[in-house]
Design a protein. Structure first.
Length: 240
């Protein structure tokens, strides 16, 4: 396993990443642009354990070349050896695979560097910025920090999606995806300074497309001077 993955696969091997083969057992079309797959884990959960926002790198083939994307595990069950994955369907190899995946299909998964560390001191307020691709991770984070008030900027609409926020504890802003993420960036730049100034120990979590994530994380670090230990940022997908 892991052959023919190019330089990304080679680097992960050097970092002692663990590889598994997962098998699709079922599929649900949550809405036309969002699909949930159920899988057996090929021993993954027994080997790695479960923690909040646990994610894996899935490997696809894109015009004959290896292609990997990060996905958060939904409802991981180590005893049963099962979990689900939720795909926000865009153009690209990962979404193409998810659209047609059927029971019996397999996918290779690599686990490396997915550990969750609780911020110290604990967050007095969570600021989370994401989109349908990172919704499973947002839900996991809100469950883990269930006593922490949160403000969420969500690019897109949550209609018919499995949103697990609480209306009295979590303030939600839904922002349409416009101009390749520029509308989301503008809204966050408008809102976030006031959110941060109103709480002593904020924690910022960003998981959007790669370009938007890079733009927002740079803004948070350089212009708002948020220490790196109070910020988590990961680009979940690349705009085609």
């Amino acid at each position: 396993m892991g052959q023919g993955r190019g330089w990304e696969g080679a680097v992960l091997k050097l970092l002692r990443a663990k590889d598994f083969v997962c098998t699709v057992t079922g599929a649900e079309d949550v809405r036309p642009d969002y699909r949930r797959l159920h899988l057996t884990d090929g021993g993954l959960l027994a080997a790695t354990g479960v923690h909040p926002t646990l994610w894996v790198r899935l490997w696809f083939t894109d015009h004959g070349r290896p292609h990997q994307r990060a996905y958060t595990l939904v409802n991981p069950d180590p005893a049963a050896g099962t979990f689900s994955l939720e795909f926000a369907l865009h153009e690209g190899a990962a979404s193409d695979w998810a659209r047609t995946a059927r029971p019996g299909d397999t996918i290779e998964a690599t686990v490396q560097g997915t550990g969750f560390e609780h911020p110290t001191p604990p967050p007095s307020h969570l600021a989370a910025i994401g989109d349908p691709a990172s919704l499973p991770a947002i839900n996991s984070l809100l469950r883990e920090l269930s006593s922490t008030p949160a403000t969420i900027w969500f690019e897109g609409t949550l209609k018919n999606l499995p949103w697990q926020g609480h209306p009295t504890h979590h303030q939600l802003h839904e922002i349409p995806r416009e101009n390749s993420g520029a509308a989301l960036v503008s809204r966050v730049r408008t809102d976030l300074p006031a959110v941060l100034s109103a709480t002593p120990n904020p924690y910022i979590w960003i998981a959007c497309d790669t370009t938007t994530t890079r733009t927002l994380s740079s803004y948070v670090r350089k212009e708002l001077a948020v220490p790196k230990q109070r910020l988590y940022a990961l680009g979940y997908w690349r705009a085609e």
